[in-house]
Design a protein around this ligand. Structure first.
Ligand SMILES: C[S@@+](CC[C@H](N)C(=O)[O-])C[C@H]1O[C@@H](n2cnc3c(N)ncnc32)[C@H](O)[C@@H]1O
Length: 236
């Protein structure tokens, strides 16, 4: 008995891996989070679909094990890459305890779709050699580390926080002119990019009425300037 945890990619159905797509097409049951996985990826499948939104972990686990015991092939589909805010381990543990093998198939994170949308690099010579991925406190996280993390001066990628943009920005310890980009629905047809600074990005997000499905990227890399050439392409 085996379950595949598959990264669906950021939204564009062409941005799932070849392996992920094959597994989806072969699946008899696909469990997915309705709000995060785009319908276009699911509509042509022969599989039975289960939206995990509103279902408890126990219900989902029971459904998966039931399908496996009936000889069915099961895919658990996660948005982007399952390793980022995917809560996959808590799903895997009860499955593994029940003797189910798991395999993870990576996906294109919305982080990478966002940097592609901005046509930039997240690590850029002379601007930032490091990337911090984090999220703000909220219903499922008591305390965040945004202030301390921002003090490193690296590129900062903030998931799951666009509805708290004003609080997030207020907690950052970075100069007011630090560049910030917000990418809403990266790779979707309605992808929207907002560019600003710590001083004005919250107002721009509120004016655009963006309240979910967006990534906040902070640091000079979003401006595509100020970098130095790498050694890779130096004349020899
Ligand atoms: C539960 S997390 C899942 C992240 C996912 N595992 C990934 O790698 O992209 C959901 C958050 O990811 C971000 N997100 C997901 N899809 C996005 C997209 N297409 N464009 C921008 N941000 C997205 C948003 O910050 C959203 O609140």
């Amino acid at each position: 008995m085996k379950v595949y945890f598959v990264g669906a990619g950021p939204g564009d159905p062409d941005l799932i891996t070849v392996k992920g797509k094959r597994l989806l097409e072969e699946a008899d049951l696909v469990v997915y989070a309705g709000s995060l996985v785009k319908d276009t990826l699911l509509k042509a499948l022969k599989a039975e679909l289960m939206d995990s939104n509103g279902a408890s972990l126990e219900q989902t686990t029971r459904r998966i094990i039931g399908a496996l015991q009936a000889g069915k092939k099961v895919v658990r589909l996660h948005s982007g890459d399952p390793s980022l805010y995917g809560a996959i381990l808590e799903q895997m543990k009860p499955l593994e305890d029940a003797g189910v093998e798991v395999e993870v198939v990576p996906g294109v994170s919305s982080l990478f779709a966002s940097s592609a949308a901005l046509k930039t690099q997240l690590t850029l010579k002379g601007v930032s050699e490091s990337l911090i991925i984090t999220r703000p406190a909220g219903t499922t996280l008591e305390k965040d580390e945004l202030t301390a993390l921002s003090q490193h001066g690296t590129t900062l990628a903030i998931f799951l926080g666009i509805d708290k943009i004003r609080d997030i920005i207020a907690s950052l310890d970075r100069p007011a002119d630090t560049p910030v980009a917000v990418v809403y629905h990266a790779s979707w047809p309605d992808q929207t990019i907002l560019q600003g600074t710590i001083a004005d990005i919250a107002g721009k997000v509120e004016a655009a009425d963006i309240k979910r499905s967006a990534l906040i990227l902070i640091g000079g890399v979003v401006q595509r300037t100020g970098f130095r050439r790498s050694h890779l392409y130096r004349d020899r």
